[in-house]
Design a protein. Sequence first.
Length: 266
Amino acid sequence: MKLNERSVAHYATCDSPADHTGFLRKRVERHHHHGTSYQRRWFVLKGNLLFYFEERESREPMGLVVLEGCTVELCEAAEEFAFAIRFDDAGARAYVLVADGQAAMEAWVKALSRASFDYMRLVVRELEKQLEEASKSLAACRKSPRRSSSSGRKRHLSNPALQPLQEKPTTLENGYSTWSSGGCVTGGATCPDHDGGQTKPPPLPPRRRSAASSATGSPAPGLSPAMLESPVPPETICFSKLHNWYGQEIAVLRREWQERQKRGHP
């Protein structure tokens, strides 16, 4: 792989955000003295490129590790908190690094393991699979909305605690139903039809016997037989006429009471 050194150096030190940074000790093999030493370096991870600098303020990287075709694993070493970057090629160089502590080591291993394009490709494939399954599930729900709503309605009604409250029983007056609050007539009478025509009104209350009538059933004084019959034909609905007709009895009784008061009778 050929890399442009100037472009790579600029990318390493530019203001683009880094995925992970920190100090690590890098193992150096010394073949002439048959010994091993560690150098403290500042590491910067950007994408799948791992740069290391001599100091944190250095303007040029000392080296670069391309994190493709590699594995990141813990390794046994004399130094604690050591891990290694190993490549699949037999003759490839392995990088042994040592962190300052357990938390730092776990963070570096996690970040380096997710840096390669191979890992990102697996993540993208898994996300595409999940998106495809979610799209199929959404399409299936859109095809059968009525079935789901009807089943939900059945489950709602099957629970007695969730059933709607029953309407109040119809109030009866004089043996007949009264007008409901919705403008319809209960107790068998029907509402006006949708064509604008009116159906027959509810039956009128039966004739009432005067409270001031005698025990023999004769009407009280001042009430004529015509007053006992309703003046409103059954084909019409006129509240004012009904009010006046039912109020005649009260008016007669009130006049009698006023006359008795004038005569000095209780």
